[in-house]
Ligand binder design. Structure first.
Ligand SMILES: *Cc1c(COP(=O)(O)O)cnc(C)c1O
Length: 376
């Protein structure tokens, strides 16, 4: 048998090798200058990201979870205020709400896009609702225009969780486009290594067009101070370190290529798997481009776990994002009796290997294994 390369869920090392010279030089420059905290690369990267996203302000911070927390702190919400958040997402989206003494109100998501929308949000709205956190899951945008219209009619803030979809574009009804994260009042993102724009450690950022909010966000992330040692609000300490900013400054130049490589890989999966009875392929919404942070199948007839095991037996990794809706997590137990689609997805989703270095032969091997499984 021919020696086969091990298929990886994500391939950070392969991606690094392509840009090694540039990244190594950028890191060496930071160490040389020893400006480890708030060195020049931090500001340069924030400006470049503002230009890329079209957001008026980009404020960098320590990670994506901090970004969400800082956003809610900067909005001045009060204990007991309700924040609407999907039940089918990474824990951070709801965790920060509860951490601040606010009330997460979890809503269901669409079966095809995995994202929440106005059908679910409207039902969850009460007089205590203050904010909505739409999560752009797996690489495509929520349908933002109706959410923004609803928010403005009811005086709500919209904080986008864009940790998985940086690089995607929301397409308005009139054809106008904007990068996700720059559509709501505040956008939040993460530079966790496996994200579409990942650094070599932790990192995050917030986006806003609102000058006053930008100021509040900046203060909040920096101990609540505008002037050093003068603390006007209770803040926290959350910074993107200079080495990470230097890496991101290099990698941002490749973000569109990275998203393109993910799209190409996704479309290749689609071509290989179309017609396989037993799985449903990911759907691209008309109001968003898709940057495929994940390529996520829905496996029919309760066979998801069996398929996962079968793939593993052939050396093919896969992941379940997410096995338990947030309202079923011990920390967030919640009456989610209406959240049937979140339950259904948690039991049926399976994400296949997806990264910028994925090769056609690897995808053919994966597709072949999936077809073999359903032939049995
Ligand atoms: C990764 C992620 C976060 C948190 O980002 P960290 O940088 O790991 O704190 C938040 N929300 C979603 C949807 C994510 O995927």
């Amino acid at each position: 048998m021919q020696e086969q390369q091990k298929i990886q869920m994500v391939d950070l090392h392969g991606q690094y090798m392509r840009i090694k010279a540039e990244v190594d030089a950028a890191i060496a420059e930071v160490i040389d200058s020893s400006a480890f905290i708030n060195g020049p690369a931090v500001g340069r990267f924030a400006s470049a990201l503002a230009q890329y996203t079209g957001a008026g302000h980009v404020i960098t911070c320590g990670n994506g979870t901090d970004a969400l927390q800082i956003a809610l702190m900067a909005l001045g919400l009060r204990p007991g205020d309700e924040v609407i958040v999907p039940a089918f997402t990474y824990v951070a989206s709801a965790e920060v709400i509860a951490l601040l003494g606010l009330k997460p109100v979890m809503v269901d998501v669409d079966r095809d896009t995995f994202n929440t929308d106005m059908r679910f949000i409207e039902k969850a709205h009460t007089p205590r609702t203050r904010a909505i956190i739409p999560v752009h899951l797996f690489g495509q945008s929520c349908d933002m225009e109706p959410i923004m219209d609803f928010a403005s009619a009811h005086g709500l803030y919209v904080v986008e969780d864009n940790a998985q979809s940086l690089g995607a574009e929301y397409i308005y009804r009139d054809g106008k486009r904007r990068r996700t994260g720059a559509v709501g009042h505040i956008g939040c993102t993460s530079f966790f290594p496996s994200k579409n724009l990942g650094c070599y450690g932790d990192g995050g950022a917030l986006f806003t067009d609102d000058d006053a909010l930008a100021e509040r966000i900046r203060m909040t992330a920096n101990h609540g101070q505008r002037v050093k040692y003068h603390h006007d609000v209770i803040g926290c300490n959350s910074r993107l370190d200079t080495i990470q900013a230097a890496v991101l400054e290099v990698k941002l130049r490749y973000l569109d290529d990275y998203c393109g490589a993910r799209r190409t890989a996704a479309h290749r999966y689609n071509a290989l798997l179309r017609g396989v009875d037993g799985v449903e392929l990911p759907v691209e919404a008309p109001y968003s481009t898709h940057v495929y942070h994940q390529y996520t199948l829905r496996v029919r007839d309760g066979r998801r776990n069996a398929l996962k095991e079968f793939l593993a037996s052939r050396g093919i990794p896969s992941m379940i994002y997410y096995p338990l809706p947030l309202y079923r997590q011990n920390a967030y137990l919640y009456d989610g009796s209406g959240l049937k689609i979140a339950d259904e997805l948690a039991a049926s989703v399976l994400s296949l290997p997806m990264h910028t270095e994925l090769e056609a032969v690897e995808q053919e091997r994966i597709a072949e294994a999936i077809m073999d499984f359903f032939k049995r």
